[in-house]
Design a protein around this ligand. Sequence first.
Ligand SMILES: [Zn+2]
Length: 207
Amino acid sequence: MTAAPESGLMACPECDRLHIDLPLRPGEKARCVRCGTVILRSPYWRPDQMLALVMAALIAFLLANACPILELRVQGSISRATLLDAILALWREDRQMVAALVFATGLLAPLADLLAMTALLAAVLTGRRPAYFAPLLRLIQQVRPWGMIEVLMLGVLVSLVKLSHLAQVVPGVALWAFIALTVLLAAVLSYDPRCLWQLPAGRKGAA
Ligand SMILES: [Zn+2]
C-alpha cells in the first residue's frame, strides 16, 4: 500500500519518492516526479456505480459456476459439466496441479477480489473505515494478478470449437454468464481500489 491518507503523503511504489496526496479529478493519473511511474489512477466510476457493477459480476459468477458450461450430445447420450465438475475430473485424472491452478485462478482469486471489493465499497458508502479496510486492500493487490477468468474463457471457447467436430455442442447458461463476467470483470479490475483511501468516511457517492 502506497497511500497514507493520515499523513497526507503518498510513496511511489517503484522508487519510494514521497508526494503530497492531492485529490484527483475522475480519469486523472498521478505520476511520480522522479521515475514517471503511475502512482494513482482516479476512476471514472463513482463508488455506488462500482458497487452495482461488482454485485452484477457476483451474480454472473454464481450463474457461471452453478450451471453447465456446455452440453455434449454423442449418439443419443448427453453429458453436461460445470467448471467445478471439470476441476474434479482433472483431479481424478491425476492432474492435481492443473486442477489446483484452475481452481485458484478461475474460482478462488476472482471470488476473493469481488467479495473484498463489495466489503470495501459498502464500508465507504456507509461512511465507515473499519479495521479490515487496510487488510482487504492488501488482499486485493495480492490476489488480483492471479484472477484469470479471461484466459479460462479463451480456453473454453477454443475447446468448444474443437469439440464441435466430434459431437454436437450446446452452449450452456454458464458460457453466457462467463462472457458477461469477463466484460464486468474488465470494468471492475480497471478500478484502482487504492482510490478508496482518498474518499473520506461519510462522503457518500463521491469520486
Ligand atoms: Zn518513482
